[in-house]
Design a protein around this ligand. Structure first.
Ligand SMILES: Nc1ncnc2c1ncn2[C@@H]1O[C@H](COP(=O)(O)OP(=O)(O)O)[C@@H](O)[C@H]1O
Ligand SMILES: [Mg+2]
Length: 357
């Protein structure tokens, strides 16, 4: 039976002074939360504290109402898949999946029943009697997942489970993991540094930076309303401008960015240094001849699925826009290094904090 898991102020400082935490995070029963952050942000350490391999110096870890920090790792009821899958190479798939059950002294017939049951869920029944060196990378991932799930854990922890696979297989297995996780309704944390992957599999995403969870929300929430500059930049969802508040209006402020002024959603004090973000799809680009808009230099025009990505330089700030108008794209492609203009509605620009300026 899976649990509601809550990390409250979990903290660990390593001897070299590296600090992870305090980490606060709630994962509801049956929910899949992705922990998304750059390399070194503390994702693996957080999982290892949950699993019991690293002892936190402060905080609590609740499985439903019980603090399990004093429970030995083996008894926490956690299934784990690591970044580098450590299957036993000299054993069969069956033996790999059965390993934990044998260790727990399950009766042989129960082991057989459970291994067959979980291998049906993962669709690897036909591989059970192969050796590990006779299966592909994608199949090995399924076996690792089956092994983690064999003992019916209360919580599943996945640490960059697909990072060694090629993109197509990765996308396919993301959906498979999601399917299996839903069908078992198992409380799951899925660690990745890849935004697309995090958004594809998550009920909710927790963004981690410098040892702490800095924003949590649905993929839509995070994309639409990054609360700070780091999240906006890391998710690639926001062009980030910095300037100073010049005037405060009812629901907006007027921000001066060098000699230009932008009206932006949000509140603040006159004179304050602030950053604001605008999503690429909200940046309107026009030819240099356009009557309104701010001047910017076209740096590149890159085709991608469904649109073109146009990168411009606005007085030292890089601005990305997504364009679908093929005539405009053609014109801009012929105008690399030349002037165009950008603009956006005040409604689509939002202040974010904190701001490194
Ligand atoms: N045992 C350890 N001793 C000292 N520093 C560590 C140890 N484990 C991790 N760290 C440091 O903690 C930080 C977070 O590491 P990690 O949790 O592995 O990040 P991530 O998984 O997000 O890439 C890094 O700076 C790393 O060097
Ligand atoms: Mg890691």
């Amino acid at each position: 039976m899976s649990v509601r898991m809550e990390l409250r102020g979990l903290k660990r400082e390593f001897s070299d002074g590296t600090r992870i935490g305090p980490v606060d995070l709630l994962v509801d029963r049956g929910e899949l939360v992705t922990l998304l952050g750059p390399s070194g942000s503390g994702k693996t350490t957080t999982l290892r504290m949950i699993a019991g391999f690293i002892r936190p110096q402060a905080g609590s870890l609740l499985f439903d109402k019980d603090n399990v920090l004093r429970v030995p790792p083996r008894e926490r009821g956690i299934g784990m898949v690591f970044q580098s899958i450590a299957l036993f190479p000299n054993m069969t798939v069956f033996q790999n999946i059965a390993f934990g059950l044998d260790m727990a002294r399950w009766k042989h017939e129960d082991v057989v029943y459970r291994v067959e049951e979980i291998s049906d869920v993962l669709r690897i029944r036909s591989l059970l009697y192969r050796h590990i060196n006779e299966i592909s990378g994608g199949e090995a991932q399924r076996v690792a997942l089956a092994r983690a799930l064999a003992k019916q854990p209360r919580v599943l922890l996945l640490d960059e489970p697909l990072s060694s696979l090629d993109p197509q297989l990765r996308e396919h297995l993301q959906m498979e993991i999601r399917r299996v996780q839903r069908s078992l309704a198992i409380t799951t944390i899925y660690v990745t540094h890849n935004q697309t992957e995090a958004f594809a599999v998550a009920d909710r995403v927790a963004v981690m930076n410098e040892g702490r969870v800095i924003q949590t929300g649905s993929p839509e929430d995070l994309y639409e309303s990054p609360r700070n500059e780091f999240v906006a930049r890391f998710l690639g969802s926001g062009n980030v401008f910095s300037g100073r508040i010049e005037e405060v209006r009812e629901h907006t402020v007027l921000v001066s960015v060098k000699e230009h002024r932008f009206e932006v959603r949000g509140q603040g004090q006159v004179g304050a240094r602030v950053c604001f973000t605008v999503k690429p799809e909200d940046v309107v680009v026009a030819n240099a001849g356009a009557s309104n808009g701010y001047p910017a230099i076209v740096l590149s025009v890159i085709p991608q699925i469904g649109s073109h990505r146009v990168v411009l330089d606005f007085d030292g700030t890089q601005v990305v826009s997504l364009l679908t108008d093929s005539e405009l794209v053609r014109q801009l492609s012929g105008a690399i290094g030349q002037r165009a203009s950008i603009r956006f509605d005040p409604e689509s620009a939002a202040l974010v904090e904190p701001c490194s300026g």
